[in-house]
Design a protein around this ligand. Structure first.
Ligand code: GLC
Length: 637
């Protein structure tokens, strides 16, 4: 900690004045009834003052840069990449060596999967943390993380890491003290003397990992008590009704920001507040916690973005980006789970009505926020299709979800997909899906059959998915290995700590031998990688793909072709995607109605063939899309 100059102190005071009301409002909702409420407010203030004094000078400068350019993460130049540090590059130093690879792809946001010190043995892929101030020992040290963050920043790459804020490992120091009988620390968690309350809560909460354990509570003999464990037995839910928990997490958050972390992925935020008689998800207090985190962190580190990991239906999801008085004052970014699910649904069905309808129902998000768009991630795919959306396009929700499960686990006749069932719940027939993008998109089965036509189609699907997530609006995330078509991988079965969890089949180690083929356009890896590079290059130059540009799904009047208009004062783009393996057309008449006739450029196809970099389309004919072809049509006059 250094002594602050008058100027630095003034900036702090100014920011505190700006943010304090936004912090106090949610904190009042959370803790006003607490006997020491004002002392707690002072404590939170002190935490921010200390963290501000500890913030390194280069990060203070970054704060000013970000404040000068608040849309930095919304720009179309943003390309995200998601990887496990060990599986990608061995350890944190290894990741630094791979910066040239990330630069080659045009990446400027890197999410390294959980890397804070987890418990030994099973740890849910690192989502069971026992020390938030230490790095997983085999990956490196906190000093390595700061160094890496700085190296990435020099390359215009923002580092994102996970902050597992809903629960700790049962080996965390707080949990250990609770297990030893310490009342103060028992208050850090939700601990019950008997089954009375747990039984009542279980009437209404959902089971997240029914295969791993029944119910949401675990009995511990040492204390003869029941502990709230939403996920695995070894993940203890934190009790945010206790302001001490809020204070601890705030301190950790600012500590990580001061290491140079620019984005915190706040894990499982929907579960942070419990209320009897509800599903204990998305409670107003969960939002208040996030709003308070944001306001307080902006006093110290305005460069920090908060990212909500809330895999919940749209009406519950959008509020994580702030609504009402908190518009734009909660998290800056959130995962667009529905879009991901709809992409896979459309590929299975070869039809886009459900996607168009469901996305049309989504409310717009605050202008200073952004989606994270993705087609694949480290988790399973849950078929978030509502009865209402399904019925609106003539489908039965239950049957459609079952169709999707059977299609992607390969049971459905003639399915191209090779996935596996995850967490089948016989109580409600819910079944999610694991599997790598390429395997789900048909590359694995096509390669096994040696069928070149089917390989072409599978590559087409992979590229189509990327063309969609690159154009929708938000930071698109490339999931490690998808850029070279890595398939399902089964070595996890040999590791007893991983074998029970088939999500590891789509978390393969990066295959650098395959990656070495990325420049050879005759190889599958090269075809995918080079096509992605062209898409990325086009995205970066196309202003209307900025996250702030309006996103409007439109009917193309061809049920196989998805349409999306991106609109801003600086241009309009019509995004089209053919979700079938047949040639399809959008009629000239429909294009005219959508305002896309006359001069247009397609930014994707033949981009490099033509001298001026762009191919002009014939404005007087229908537009044809080859199987799985995507187009980004820009209106030129
Ligand atoms: C999030 C993670 C998932 C993990 C869960 C519990 O949903 O993405 O992998 O199992 O939280 O921490």
């Amino acid at each position: 900690m250094h002594t602050l100059t008058t100027f630095e102190r003034d900036i702090f005071t100014q920011r505190q004045e700006q943010q304090w009301e936004d912090a106090k409002r949610p904190l009042t909702l959370l803790y006003a009834d607490h006997p020491n409420f004002t002392q707690w407010l002072d404590k939170f203030r002190q935490i921010t003052a200390r963290a501000y004094a500890n913030r390194p000078a280069d990060l203070h400068l970054l704060d000013l840069q970000r404040l000068n350019q608040p849309d930095w993460f919304q720009q179309s130049k943003m390309i995200g990449y998601v990887a496990y540090a060990d599986r990608f590059a061995g350890n944190l130093n290894g990741v630094a060596d791979k910066i040239p690879y990330l630069n080659e792809l045009g990446v400027n946001y890197l999410h390294l999967m959980p890397l804070l010190h987890p418990r030994d043995g099973q740890n849910d892929g690192g989502y069971a943390v026992m020390d938030y101030r230490q790095i997983r020992p085999d990956l490196g040290t906190m000093a390595d993380l700061s160094t890496l963050a700085a190296q990435l920043r020099q390359n215009d790459i923002s580092l994102c890491i996970d902050l597992v804020c809903n629960h700790t490992a049962k080996e965390h120091a707080w949990a250990k003290k609770a297990l030893a009988g310490n009342r103060d620390y028992q208050n850090y968690y939700h601990i019950f003397p008997d089954r009375t309350l747990p039984d009542q809560y279980e009437q209404t909460v959902r089971e997240i990992f029914p295969d791993f354990k029944a119910g949401s509570f675990t009995y511990y003999e040492e204390i003869d008590k029941w502990v709230w464990t939403t996920f695995n037995e070894f993940q203890w839910d934190l009790n945010y009704a206790n302001p001490a928990v809020f204070a601890e997490m705030l301190e950790i958050m600012l500590y990580l920001a001061n290491q140079g972390v620019e984005v915190l992925r706040l894990d499982a935020v929907a579960f942070m507040w419990k209320r009897m008689g509800t599903d204990c998800e998305n409670q107003p207090e969960a939002h208040a916690i996030l709003q308070a985190f944001r306001a307080l962190s902006r006093i110290v580190a305005p460069a920090l973005l908060l990212k909500a990991e809330a895999i919940v239906p749209p009406p519950q999801l959008v509020p994580y980006l702030g609504q009402g008085r908190a518009t734009g004052k909660e998290c800056e970014v959130a995962y667009h789970n529905l879009f991901m699910v709809m992409l896979w649904s459309s590929l299975a069905e070869r039809k886009t009505a459900l996607m168009t309808h469901a996305l049309q129902q989504m409310p717009a998000i605050p202008s200073g926020t952004s989606w994270l768009t993705y087609a694949r991630c480290h988790d399973d795919i849950g078929w978030a299709v509502t009865e209402e959306d399904a019925a609106a396009v003539g489908l039965n929700g239950f049957l459609h979800r079952r169709f999707l499960s059977e299609f992607y686990d390969g049971r459905f006749p003639h399915s191209f997909a090779r996935g596996a069932p995850f967490q089948f719940n016989p109580k409600n027939n819910d079944q999610r899906i694991s599997g790598a993008m390429a395997s789900l998109a048909g590359l694995e089965s096509a390669m096994e059959a040696g069928d070149t036509g089917a390989i072409d189609l599978a590559i087409g699907r992979i590229l189509l998915l990327h063309a969609m997530i690159f154009a929708f609006g938000g930071i698109p995330l490339i999931y490690m290995g998808d850029e070279i078509g890595l398939l399902n991988e089964y070595s996890y079965l040999n590791d007893p700590d991983l074998a029970d969890d088939n999500r590891w089949m789509h978390r393969p180690p990066m295959d650098w031998a395959k990656a070495a083929k990325r420049t050879d356009e005759k190889s599958i890896e090269g075809r995918i990688f080079q096509s992605l590079l062209r898409l990325i290059d086009a995205r970066k130059r196309l202003f209307p793909l900025h996250a702030r540009a309006h996103t409007r799904p439109v009917w193309t009047h061809n049920e196989h072709i998805f349409g999306l208009i991106r609109e801003s004062a600086r241009g309009r783009v019509l995004v089209l995607g053919n979700f079938s393996e047949w040639r399809q057309a959008v009629s000239r008449h429909r294009l005219h109605e959508l305002g896309f006739d006359g001069g247009m450029m397609d930014w994707i196809n033949g981009y490099f063939d033509i001298a001026q970099h762009k191919r002009k389309l014939d404005p007087h004919s229908d537009i044809y899309l080859e199987p799985y072809q995507a187009m980004w049509l820009e209106k030129t006059k």
